[in-house]
Design a protein around this ligand. Structure first.
Ligand code: GLN
Length: 452
C-alpha cells in the first residue's frame, strides 16, 4: 500500500531519492520468514520506514543529497539502519535532504526540492525534509532523520508531524554521514507521539562503534508516551523566544497550548535563558568548523565522483576539480567559513568564542532545569515559507533554527509536536518541548498530553 501511495504522490512531493520496490518486498518476505520461524521481532516488525539519505544502507545507494556521492553504494549499514532491520522494519527507500544536511528547506539538495504536502508551493523544512514530507504525505508511517541544529524538529513542525531529537549520544552516529560531529543526532519522525516513541526505543542505546555514544539505559519513552500526565509538572516558557519576528498565528497556537497545559494541572513559569539569543551565531561558527574538517574526506579518491582523472592531472588537481563540481554552493560556503574560523590567528576570536557561548547555553539550561522539569517554545518562528523565498538569503534561512539550536549546542533532548494550524495560512504549527540530557521521556510525556 505504501509503495502504491509513493507511486501516486511522488511526482508532486519528491520526498524520495531512491525507491526500489523489489528490494523492499524482498525485505518484507525475509521478515515474514523470520516471524514464521518463531522469532520475536518486537512491536514494529513489518512496519515500513523511510530513511534520510544520510544513513548508510548496504542494499541501497547513499548520497547525502550531494553530487559528490552520486552512485555510491555503502558496503555497510549504519547502526540505526541495522538495528531497525533487526527489529523487522522494512525500508521503503531513501529520502531527500539538504546536501550534507546543511539547510532548513531541502532546497540545497543536489537532486531537486521536496514539496510540503500541505501546500506544494511551500518548503517541507530541512534538512530532513524528505523524511518529514514522506510521513506527512502518508508515503511512509515512520521515518528517520538527523538533527544537528533543528533538522528533525523544524521539518516536523512545518509538516504537522512529530519529530524528536534525542539526547546527544543517545542514538548512534555510526554510519551517519558526518556534518558536525559534536551536534549530529539521529532521531524519529512519526504522525503521533506513541509511534515516535516506539521508533526511538527501537534504534537507541549504547553503541561501541560510536565513541560519543552514551553508555546509559535508554529513557523509557514508550511508557512516558502512554502516561501522558502533566499534573504537577513544572513547565518553563522560554522568555527569549516569542517576540518580534514570530508569526502571530504561531504565537496564538503556542499560547493556547500553554493554557491547555495549565488546564491539565501543569504549573507554568516564565524562565529566562539569556544566552539563547546568541546560540544562532555560535552554531554558525561551530557547525561550519566541524563540517570543514569532516568534508575533507571527499577527496575524489575514496568515494563517488572523480572529475578530470585522465592521466595528465595531479591528485591535487583532480581533487580540486571534483570538489568544485561535486559540492553545491551552501556546502562550499560552510567549508570556507569553517576553514576561516579554525585558521590560526582567527581561532580564538571565532571558534574559541563560540565554544564559550556554548558553555553559557549549557549553563542556562542547567539553571532552568533547577526550576522546571521541561522548557517549551514554538519550534519555529514561522510556518512553512514559500519555496524560493529564502533561497538567496542564507541569513533569513538560518533564522528557521532560532529556537531549536540551543538544545543541540547543549546536547539536550527536544521534541516537536503539532499544536494546531496558524490562522493566516492554515499551515501547521509545532510546539517544542526541551528536557535535560537523558530526560527524553519528559518530552514524550508532555508531547503526548498536548498532541492533537
Ligand atoms: N538548518 C541548520 C543548518 O543548516 C540545521 C541543519 C541540521 O540540523 N542538520 O545547519
Amino acid at each position: 500500500a505504501h509503495l502504491d501511495r509513493i507511486a501516486a504522490v511522488e511526482p508532486q512531493v519528491n520526498a524520495f531519492l531512491h525507491v526500489d520496490a523489489e528490494t523492499t518486498l524482498e525485505q518484507a518476505r525475509v521478515v515474514d520468514a523470520r516471524r514464521a520461524a518463531g522469532e520475536d521481532l518486537g512491536p514494529l516488525a513489518g512496519v515500513p520506514i523511510a530513511h534520510k539519505d544520510v544513513f548508510t544502507t548496504k542494499d541501497m545507494p547513499t548520497t547525502a543529497g550531494s553530487k559528490i556521492l552520486e552512485g555510491w553504494r555503502p558496503p555497510y549499514d549504519a547502526t540505526v539502519t541495522r538495528r531497525l532491520r533487526e527489529a523487522g522494519l522494512v525500508i521503503l527507500g531513501k529520502t531527500n535532504l539538504d546536501e550534507f544536511a546543511m539547510g532548513s528547506s531541502t532546497e540545497n539538495s543536489a537532486y531537486g526540492t521536496t514539496h510540503n504536502p500541505w501546500d506544494l508551493s511551500r518548503i517541507p523544512g530541512g534538512s530532513s525534509g524528505g523524511s518529514s514530507a514522506a510521513v506527512a504525505a502518508y508515503e511512509a508511517p515512520l521515518s528517520t532523520g538527523t538533527d544537528t541544529g533543528g533538522s528533525i524538529r523544524q521539518p516536523a513542525a512545518v509538516t504537522g508531524i512529530v519529530g524528536m531529537k534525542p539526547t546527544y549520544g543517545g542514538s548512534s552516529r555510526y554510519g551517519v554521514i558526518a556534518f558536525a560531529s559534536s551536534l549530529d543526532t539521529p532521531g524519529p519522525f512519526a504522525r503521533n507521539v506513541m509511534d515516535a516513541a516506539l521508533l526511538h526505543e527501537a534504534f537507541s542505546g549504547h553503541d561501541v562503534m560510536d565513541s560519543t555514544s552514551v553508555d546509559a539505559p535508554v529513557p523509557s519513552v514508550v511508557e512516558a508516551a502512554r502516561n501522558a500526565d502533566v499534573a504537577g509538572l513544572r513547565i518553563g516558557v522560554v522568555k527569549e523566544f516569542g517576540g518580534d519576528g514570530y508569526q502571530p498565528g504561531v504565537l496564538a497556537r503556542f499560547h493556547e497550548t500553554v493554557e491547555l497545559l495549565e488546564s491539565m494541572g501543569a504549573k507554568v513559569f516564565e524562565v529566562s535563558c539569556p544566552s539563547f539569543d546568541v546560540a544562532l551565531p555560535a552554531y554558525y561558527l561551530i557547525a561550519p568548523s566541524e563540517c570543514s574538517s569532516n568534508l575533507a574526506r571527499f577527496d575524489a579518491m575514496r568515494y563517488g565522483l572523480r572529475v578530470g582523472d585522465d592521466g595528465t592531472r595531479s591528485a591535487e588537481e583532480v581533487m580540486a576539480l571534483t570538489r568544485a563540481q561535486g559540492f553545491g554552493p551552501e556546502v562550499k560556503r560552510r567549508i570556507i567559513l569553517g576553514t576561516y574560523a579554525l585558521s590560526s590567528g582567527y581561532y580564538d576570536a571565532y571558534y574559541g568564542q563560540a565554544q564559550k557561548v556554548r558553555t553559557l547555553i549549557a549553563r542556562d539550561f542547567e539553571a532552568a532545569f533547577q526550576q522546571v522539569d521541561v522548557l517549551i517554545s514554538p519550534t519555529t518562528p514561522t510556518t512553512a515559507f514559500a519555496i524560493g523565498e529564502r533561497a538567496d538569503d542564507p541569513l533569513a534561512m538560518y533564522l528557521a533554527d532560532l529556537c531549536t539550536i540551543p538544545a543541540n549546542l547543549a546536547g539536550n533532548a527536544a521534541i516537536s509536536v503539532p499544536c494546531g494550524l496558524a490562522d493566516e495560512d492554515g499551515l501547521p504549527v509545532g510546539l517544542q518541548i526541551m528536557a535535560p540530557v537523558l530526560g527524553d521521556d519528559r518530552c514524550y510525556r508532555v508531547g503526548a498530553a498536548v498532541e492533537k
